[in-house]
Design a protein around this ligand. Structure first.
Ligand SMILES: [Zn+2]
Length: 387
């Protein structure tokens, strides 16, 4: 009896130690994946300056400007957690927080603190959106806003080694005249602004063709073109076609509903037009959004990258954390995750020599971690997005 009892203890002990070893192995694999994603050299192509204001920065600027709201970090956090669901609820908080920015110094601080966060995430290249109309309509001059952002960008590049380019966005709910006026104001600064985008909302009722004349002039002035196509907006697929065929966008922001339309998916892959996906996680969602759509597009050979969008306003946070959440939800391999990052590097608007240098850095990183480049590349496509 005693022997049987002892045998049972040994058996349970073996089982437990087996479980522990298994658990430790899984833990080890997850840790290795997290370390790989954290250390990976990254590009971020879909990031709004106004969505990267940390509660601490908002409060610092509020106090400096003598404002009577958002005077404590708790108040900012409370506003974030109590906002209504959906895009318009999100924009309520987004607009309120960006209104604290009034002086050139405020825009400088916002940009500089963002670059520091990017460096923490091993982001070596970023395109950063900014919304001039949200500021100039409040009385901030285009010059003060832009010089603040641009000086912050240049100083941060020297301090943290992150290359940042700026994309000026049309707020789509505003008029065509207002967007054209923005282009006029931006003209003297054009060489320091790489692209023209379009954001805000609602999208339905404000389709890409509304701004055909603005985009057309921007192209003549040398801007690269992109624009938001938020997920599950009415007529999203129609809007993406407009942006491809009428506007001639160089990139598409979001645009994940393309996965619902086989012809559009095929065309995006054929043309090598890249999508900037943002599978963000919010307090109302149990997991990162749109994982299946991203998988469908990726499997079809569409150049799609992962981006953090408004990292201070979503639970998914900055890019390393978002990559970890996406990897856990998708069970993507290291090679798959590397391919999504390769797509980002291949779709930046820098001369080929610089793009190639970033790709070489990523390739070296993958090789140093035994990730086979042949598995990173698409089965039937090579260097998608490269032009
Ligand atoms: Zn966005």
């Amino acid at each position: 009896m005693m022997l049987r009892f002892l045998s049972a203890i040994v058996f349970v002990g073996l089982l437990l130690s087996g479980c522990t070893t298994q658990g430790a192995r899984e833990d080890g694999a997850a840790k290795a994946m997290h370390a790989y994603l954290a250390g990976m050299p990254k590009a971020e192509l879909h990031l709004h300056l106004e969505g990267t204001l940390s509660p601490e920065t908002i409060v610092r600027i509020t106090q400096r400007n003598g404002l009577d709201y958002f005077t404590t970090v708790e108040e900012v956090k409370q506003s974030l957690t109590s906002r209504p669901p959906g895009l318009m609820g999100f924009l309520d908080h987004h607009f309120k927080s960006q209104e604290v920015m009034q002086t050139r110094q405020d825009f400088y601080d916002a940009t500089y603190q963002l670059a520091e966060k990017l460096a923490d995430n091993n982001i070596v290249y970023a395109d950063v959106f900014f919304d001039p109309q949200a500021h100039t309509t409040r009385g901030v001059t285009f010059t003060d806003m832009f010089e603040g952002i641009d000086t912050g960008r240049v100083d941060a590049e020297a301090a943290f080694g992150v290359t940042i380019n700026l994309i000026m966005c049309i707020q789509r709910e505003r008029s065509v005249e207002s967007a054209l006026e923005m282009l006029d104001q931006a003209f003297p600064f054009r060489p320091r602004i790489i692209g023209l985008g379009m954001d805000s909302g609602p999208e339905y009722g404000n389709p890409p063709v509304k701004f055909r004349a603005v985009y057309s002039r921007a192209r003549e002035e040398g801007y690269f073109l992109t624009g938001h196509h938020d997920v599950d907006v009415r007529d999203s697929i129609k809007h993406i076609w407009q942006s491809l065929d009428v506007i001639g966008m160089n990139r598409i922001d979001h645009g994940l509903n393309a996965s619902d339309d086989a012809e559009l998916t095929k065309e995006l892959a054929r043309r090598g037009i890249c999508l900037t996906g943002s599978p963000v996680m919010r307090s109302t969602d149990p997991a990162p959004q749109d994982v299946d759509r991203i998988r469908t597009l990726d499997s079809a050979g569409v150049c799609i990258s992962l981006n953090s969008d408004d990292p201070e306003e979503f639970e998914s946070g900055y890019l390393t954390n978002m990559l970890i959440l996406f990897q856990e939800a998708s069970d993507y391999s290291k090679a798959d995750m590397t391919r999504l990052m390769l797509n980002a590097f291949n779709s930046i608007w820098e001369p080929a020599a610089e793009t190639n240098a970033y790709v070489a850095e990523l390739k070296n990183y993958a090789a140093a971690h035994d990730v086979a480049w042949g598995e990173v590349m698409y089965a039937d496509h090579s260097e998608l997005g490269a032009e």
